[in-house]
Write a protein that binds this ligand. Structure first.
Ligand SMILES: O=C(O)C[C@H]1C=CC(=O)O1
Ligand SMILES: [Mn+2]
Length: 382
């Protein structure tokens, strides 16, 4: 049997509007930028993938622009002419020649899996060994920067049964003010919701130690990456003393990081992100390490659009347990996406399609309109 061949790999930068500014410790997002990948194969199958980060270079080591240049110049030549139907072989070839660049690798692996699933008539979750469920609970991030607005947003999400887990972005402001903000929101939602905080590395260990005690006394369920991603030992000390579980997020930039952090006890929960480890399969390898170490799993996001979100979800539904659920809400932060069939959110869950590949179809008009190098000036609103 002859193998279909990878004929081309196109990267397109897409800028999408968001429903409101999204305030993180290191950056306030006014919109979101995706890198869309289109992998065309000789059997007529096209795989789509997404490589997305937050705030240019303010969050991770790759920006949308660097992802595009690196894929165009370095990844595409490695892949073109190679068999399209062997994800292991394609990723091994890349791994041999490309250090780091996990965001780019994640988009590529997603596109390869999407193509293979479409070719075989299987959802990506089935290619990954089979799904254990069809939907995932999804947290929402309250990050408007305003306490009253965040409370109103939380109430609305509870009312429409979309989210009952809230993550609060803190760390940009003065600590006591941030703590008051968190406590006010927890008081407002009470037992109706789980409230967690993400500090995005903004504190030092001494501040974190004090803050974690106060957060614990006020019913907060989880503290995410309170201190620098480089301070694994500090994370271990905090994990040992904090009444609230500590989650590692930015500290995990590879599967090997997950192992090293697990080894030193630098967190009782790990945020899995396909972009940080280099693809859906790499995220599952990090999950296996965490699970073996007794570390709880959380399905994280880089606020991807629908493609990256479902690439994550297709992997996460294969896991036996995700004790802390997921935050795969990226598409809901956008006012517009580039898909003909956006992901479905209902009853506090993201429902993961069981159709071939990632289960998504591009809306070509929207791609043409929202791509940075616009090829049309209008698109039809559906
Ligand atoms: O977790 C992060 O640090 C990044 C991201 C995930 C949700 C959100 O609001 O921001
Ligand atoms: Mn985080």
């Amino acid at each position: 049997m002859s193998h279909p061949i990878i004929e081309s790999l196109e990267t397109i930068i897409v800028d999408l509007p968001t429903i409101r500014p999204h305030k993180l410790a290191m950056h306030t997002m006014q919109n979101q930028t995706l890198v869309l990948l289109r992998l065309r194969c000789s059997d007529g199958v096209e795989g789509i993938g997404e490589s997305t980060t937050i705030g240019g270079l303010s969050y991770g080591n790759e920006s949308p622009e660097s992802i595009k240049v690196n894929i165009d110049a370095h990844f595409a030549p490695l892949l073109i002419g190679q068999p399209a139907d062997n994800v292991n072989a394609a990723m091994q070839r890349i791994e041999r020649s490309v250090r780091g660049n996990t965001f780019a690798k994640s988009g590529i692996e997603s596109a390869l899996l999407d193509a293979q699933g479409k070719r075989r008539g299987l959802a990506v979750s089935e290619l990954l060994g089979g799904r254990l469920r069809d939907s995932l609970p999804v947290a929402w991030t309250l990050a408007s920067g305003d306490t009253a607005r965040d409370i109103a947003e939380a109430e609305k999400m509870l009312d429409v049964r979309r989210h009952r887990i809230f993550k609060l972005k803190i760390g940009a402001g003065e600590v006591n003010k941030d703590l008051a903000h968190v406590i006010a929101i927890k008081k407002a939602v009470g037992e109706r919701a789980s409230v967690r905080v993400d500090v995005n590395q903004a504190w030092d260990e001494a501040v974190a130690l004090r803050a974690c005690r106060i957060l614990g006394d006020n019913g907060i369920d989880l503290v995410e990456q309170p201190i620098s991603r480089y301070n694994g030992v500090g994370m271990a000390r905090l994990s040992a003393s904090s009444p609230v579980p500590i989650m590692a997020d930015e500290a995990i930039e590879s599967v090997e990081d997950a192992f090293n952090l697990a080894r030193i006890g630098a967190g009782t929960i790990f945020a899995l992100k396909i972009a940080k480890t280099g693809g859906p399969r790499a995220a599952l390898r990090a999950a296996a390490i965490a699970d073996a170490a007794g570390i709880g799993l959380y399905g994280g996001t880089m606020l991807e659009g629908g493609i990256g979100t479902l690439a994550s979800a297709q992997a996460f539904v294969t896991l036996p347990k995700m004790a802390w659920d997921t935050e795969l809400f990226g598409p809901l932060l956008l006012t517009e996406d580039i898909l003909a069939n956006p992901p479905v959110y209902r009853d506090f869950h993201l429902h993961v399609p069981n159709t071939p590949g990632l289960g998504l179809e591009l809306d070509e008009d929207r791609v043409a309109f929202f791509r940075r190098d616009k090829t049309t000036t209008a698109y039809s609103h559906s």
